[in-house]
Design a binder for this molecule. Structure first.
Ligand code: PBG
Length: 324
């Protein structure tokens, strides 16, 4: 037949496919989440997330020495007996996060160190802020604490802080605190569109941050509502965020795509713990090829508009990509 259009012409050889390729993943697209614990020479494995470890500052610094992606996202896992009603450990200058930031910056000053800014890992009740008498999270008291915690991270040398509590005006409060403390050069990556998701399950085991009662649906986004998510994210831009983020990643690619169309800020996609564990388990059962699967998911995020991907595969993916 004399069909004019034949899509397969462009797919015939590797070279032709490469020339017409859409997005290409690079090591520069990746941010690795890291979990910091107290002590020295500690590497703790986590049942819920094979291949992910909680590490003391010295071990984190060692890991970062050979890391081939440009950024890390740091989470603090304080000792269980330090947790209290206000998450006061989050303000300690010798806490796990500031210590880890200093150690990593010493071994890799060139690495972008972004710190997660939330109270859920530090409060005894496991909610993302301090509680009002009603039992709900007190928004304005919480953002005040997030601002103070941001100052501790910035003073330790963090390049960006990433408020993840989903409190109203948290970006504004953190920006004001940083500017007031002489850290106007330190950026804010806002967890702008963070959904109330089942996919955070394994992370809550890692970070020991499950809410003791209720859920986070009173502050995280409802999965059903794209308009609300985009609106909330754009408010963070207006409050001075330097980056926005959509989280989880694959179930919310439509939100990512819509948001990147609505903003000129870079938008990160966070491939969360449940997304990681799902593929990992399928791979361990021999049902799926792990490397092919994670590359495909990361490609999907970049295609949907992500400027960077936060993924537990960042180290491995960057290793493979740097050898291509
Ligand atoms: C803290 C926070 C969470 C995650 C990142 N920051 C957990 C939560 O909201 O319960 C989840 C990350 C992941 O699942 O990989 N608020």
């Amino acid at each position: 037949m004399n069909y004019k259009t034949r899509m397969r012409r462009g797919r015939r050889t590797d070279a032709l496919r490469l020339l017409a390729r859409g997005v290409t993943l690079t090591t520069d697209d990746l941010i690795l989440p890291l979990f910091a614990v107290e002590g020295a020479r500690k590497t703790e494995s986590i049942d819920a997330m094979p291949g992910v470890f909680r590490m003391s500052a010295d071990r984190l610094a060692e890991k970062c020495e050979t890391l081939k992606c440009p950024g890390v996202m740091l989470f603090g896992v304080p000792p269980a007996d330090t947790k209290d009603s206000t998450g006061s450990y989050a303000l300690r200058e010798d806490g796990v996060v500031p210590e880890a930031v200093r150690a990593i910056k010493k071994s890799r000053p060139d690495l972008a160190v972004i710190t997660d800014l939330c109270l859920c890992g530090y409060t005894a009740h496991g909610h993302c802020g301090v509680l009002a008498e009603s039992g709900e999270v007190d928004n304005d008291a919480t953002i005040d604490l997030l601002g103070k915690s941001a100052l501790v991270h910035a003073a330790a040398g963090a390049d960006m802080v990433a408020p993840s509590a989903m409190m109203d005006h948290q970006v504004e409060a953190v920006r004001a605190a940083l500017d007031g403390g002489g850290f106007s050069r330190i950026g804010i990556m806002s967890y702008a569109a963070k959904f109330a998701s089942a996919f955070y399950g394994p992370f809550r085991d890692v970070a020991d941050s499950s809410p003791e009662f209720g859920s986070r649906a009173g502050y995280q986004l409802p999965p059903e509502n794209r308009e609300e998510a985009v609106r909330d994210a754009l408010l963070d831009e207006a409050e001075g965020a330097d980056w926005l983020m959509v989280k989880p990643s694959l179930p919310y690619l439509d939100v990512l795509s819509e948001l990147t169309a609505q903003t000129r800020l870079p938008v990160a996609a966070y491939q969360v713990s449940g997304e990681y564990s799902m593929i990992k388990s399928a791979a361990e059962n021999g049902q799926i090829d792990e490397t092919d699967a994670f590359f495909e998911t990361l490609t999907a995020m970049k295609r949907a508009g992500a400027a960077a991907m936060i993924t537990y595969w960042a180290e491995e993916a960057a290793e493979v990509l740097s050898r291509l």
